[in-house]
Design a protein around this ligand. Structure first.
Ligand code: SF4
Length: 82
């Protein structure tokens, strides 16, 4: 699996940098339908479309090491907020 995984969800671009993920699972706790830890304890997408937009943003923002970034349709970064 490549280090960077990307999905279009609710008009957002959600990007996981698997090299950054330290596997604490904060994102999984917030949105267990959207993300899971694989057998290397690194996050992968599950079914992020099934997570409502605000909770998906919260889940991505919960990452302590900013391994998940979210961009809107105009290319503005929504998560993490700088
Ligand atoms: S919160 Fe961040 S570090 Fe933790 S599992 Fe999710 S992506 Fe990985």
């Amino acid at each position: 699996m490549s280090a960077v995984e990307e999905r279009r969800v609710h008009g957002l671009r959600v990007v996981i940098d698997r090299d950054q993920c330290v596997g604490f699972g904060d994102c999984v706790k917030e949105a267990p339908e959207g993300f899971k830890l694989d057998d290397e304890t690194v996050v992968v997408f599950l079914d992020p479309e099934s997570v409502e937009r605000e909770r998906l943003l919260r889940a991505c923002d919960a990452c302590p090491v900013d391994a998940i970034t979210v961009w809107d349709s105009e290319g503005r970064q929504l998560v993490p907020l700088t």
